[in-house]
Design a protein around this ligand. Structure first.
Ligand code: KG4
Ligand code: ZN
Length: 366
């Protein structure tokens, strides 16, 4: 039966180590996920303890066409049924982004359908809009991912205004480095969470740094160093040799993981307290996205924080927390329609246009 209903958008996501494609239908004011296919490269990068950019882009090249075909097949639609193509064009690994961007432009050109480039960081927040009614605006948006810890004020899904960022590491990056310090391997976040479940978060006092100088700022590098010292001992001097750290037994690893996770979550909550002061009109919803939003301790803390402020808390379903293309298709569906097939002159960019990497907005040269 030929497809005829709402607008069908194909989303393409290749910014890091996941090749993803999804078909989302925008119908009756809601975003319905028709398919969501992710080809993960986790096993490919695991032996290296992190993502190897060259390997990632080559794997995207191998996976992109079958992933696109599977997304259409799962959605039960053909190429000609598509109304729009959305693609993550920033931020990410440039070689990886180029694969998705080139595929999207080629498809738009050959199908004669518009292509809409979207920002991956903003798309993480669109994950909260999939398969549910739209939230009440204005909203606060929190992206907690491997590359970003960003807070936005949103008057609508496509109009984010950056109001908070990390001055050093992103929270996911800190989880990954903490896991490496504790010998838990890659991917770090889920491994820390698993160990933390059996540990005592009060066992080791670790700092939750939050800086109030310029509005809403986060910092995770001090927490990372505190964990390193707790795990391996404080570096000594020739006059004052370092005291021995307790041995890194499985129990100590679990306690350190739990203490680290608790401190990281506390930093986020403190940042959100400050964001309320900087958000202007009182937000009515909290939209959360990014890989770290899969963390149950963070989810529980965000739910409790939102409830205490009378704000609706929206966290994505697990499949939409990590990088996926449904969030790309969802955001692309809500963007204004370009004329014709759109401007094919857009390029892949390593930095976010809106979140400006880990360190907030670019300052004007003085
Ligand atoms: O959003 P994402 O998939 O990629 C980026 O856009 O960066 O986020 C990946 C990050 C990684 O740092 C990973 O360790 C973290 O999300 N992560 C978690 C959990 N699952 C993934 N961090 C803490 N707890 C988790 N359960
Ligand atoms: Zn992401």
């Amino acid at each position: 039966m030929p497809y005829a209903a709402g607008m069908l958008v194909l989303g393409i996501e290749t910014s890091c180590d996941e090749t993803a494609a999804s078909v989302v239908e925008w119908t009756a004011g809601a975003l319905k996920v028709r398919s969501n296919v992710v080809a993960s490269q986790e096993a490919l990068h695991a032996p290296y303890g992190g993502v190897v950019p060259e390997l990632a882009s080559r794997a995207h090249l191998d996976c992109i066409v079958p992933t696109l075909e599977r997304a259409l097949e799962h959605a039960g639609v053909g190429w000609k049924d598509l109304d729009r193509v959305g693609v993550a064009h920033c931020p990410g690994l440039i070689g990886s982004l180029l694969v998705g961007v080139s595929a999207a432009k080629g498809l738009a050109w050959s199908l004669g359908k518009p292509v809409v480039p979207v920002d991956h960081v903003v798309a993480h927040l669109a994950a909260c809009l999939l398969d549910r009614p739209m939230p009440a605006w204005p909203a606060l948006g929190l992206v907690a991912s491997g590359g970003h810890t960003s807070v936005f004020r949103l008057d609508g899904p496509t109009e984010p205004q950056l109001i908070g960022w990390t001055i050093d590491d992103a929270i996911g990056e800190a989880f990954d480095k903490a896991a490496a310090m504790l010998g838990l391997g890659y991917p770090g976040g889920p491994n820390i969470e698993r160990e933390a479940a059996g540990g005592d978060p009060q066992a080791v006092r670790l700092p939750s740094a939050y800086l109030r100088r310029e509005g809403v700022q986060f910092s995770f590098s001090g927490l990372k160093t505190a964990l390193l010292y707790a795990a391996r001992g404080v570096p000594g001097t020739p006059r004052r040799p370092s005291p021995q750290a307790p041995p890194l037994t499985p129990e100590r690893v679990r306690d350190l993981a739990a203490s680290f996770q608790q401190a990281a979550v506390a930093s986020i909550i403190e940042g959100l307290d400050a964001a309320l002061l900087h958000a202007g009109e009182r937000p009515r919803s909290l939209l959360v996205g990014g890989g770290v939003s899969a963390n149950h301790a963070l989810r529980a803390a965000l739910e409790a924080w939102s409830a205490s402020h009378g704000i609706e808390c929206r966290v994505p379903i697990m499949a939409h927390c990590i990088d996926n293309a449904a969030m790309i298709a969802g955001l692309a569906a809500l963007m204004p329609a370009p004329s014709g097939i759109g401007d094919l002159g857009f390029v892949a960019e390593p930095m976010s246009r809106i979140a400006r990497g880990a360190r907030g907005p670019q300052r004007k040269a003085s």
